[in-house]
Design a protein around this ligand. Structure first.
Ligand SMILES: [Fe+2]
Length: 242
């Protein structure tokens, strides 16, 4: 497995990882972390750095090309990390875990820039882990059973997921979440994240134009359906479900 680290500093932050765990993960076992879901992080790690991709930049081709990831991960995702570090330097947020920054600034207009960049870091790391070169296909049995209970079938779930992703007006995200004991599909605009709404995110698809425009231009539905058919990481969803 290739681990891509854009910024070579002492500490890189990934949602769900404390500093020590990340250093272990970054030594070559990031896949283990990725497959273990996103437990709440226990410690702060500053400065925040761009988490490594859980696969090589060309691993999702042809659905998502290396060039798409080069811009999306290497420019956009990295940009949010760089922005947030500037915004939180010498503030009360400087030493907080990413999730705490997100929940602590949500809904506060004067903290919107911090929230937007923090939430986008988390959302993007969650997105990369929601995809897999071995994705698509059938969900694990326990997840499949829950999907069938909520949507009737895996195909119906995918259809609702796609509908939310394609129907999100403007920039945003489509999500499969666990609300109490029931699976639901929701969508969020801009940087908004289900993390602030009391539900547990299981999977996401990024529908900002920067996620697909390079190869798909205006064909968002083609991008979304290809992701759901070929890349969606049901294993990651099952592990997030717990
Ligand atoms: Fe994005």
């Amino acid at each position: 497995m290739e681990v891509v680290v854009i910024k070579s500093s002492l500490h890189t932050y990934a949602p769900g990882l404390n500093r020590r765990d990340f250093l272990i993960a970054s030594a070559g076992t990031f896949a283990t972390m990725a497959m273990s879901g996103f437990p709440q992080s226990a410690q702060a790690a500053a400065p925040l750095l761009l988490p490594p991709l859980p696969y090589a930049e060309n691993a999702l081709q042809p659905v998502i090309t290396a060039q798409m990831i080069g811009f999306h991960y290497g420019k956009h995702h990295k940009g949010y990390v760089d922005n947030l570090n500037k915004l939180i330097t010498a503030t009360e947020y400087a030493d907080l875990p990413l999730e705490k920054i997100i929940t602590g600034t949500s809904g506060q207009p004067d903290k919107a820039a911090i929230f937007n960049n923090a939430a986008q870091i988390w959302n993007h790391t969650f997105y990369w882990n929601s995809l897999s070169p071995k994705g698509g296909g059938e969900p694990p049995a326990a997840l499949k059973q829950k999907i069938e209970a909520a949507f009737g079938s895996v195909d119906a779930c995918k259809k609702e997921f796609a509908s939310a992703a394609v129907g999100q007006f403007g920039s945003g995200w489509a999500w499969l979440v666990l609300d109490g004991d029931k699976l639901k599909v929701v969508k969020t605009g801009n940087a908004d994240t289900p993390l602030t709404t009391g539900v547990k995110p299981l999977l996401t698809i990024d529908v900002w134009e920067h996620a697909y425009y390079l190869e798909y231009q205006n064909r968002r539905a083609d991008y979304v359906n290809a992701v759901l058919d070929k890349l969606i990481n049901w294993e990651f969803a099952a592990q997030n479900m717990g």
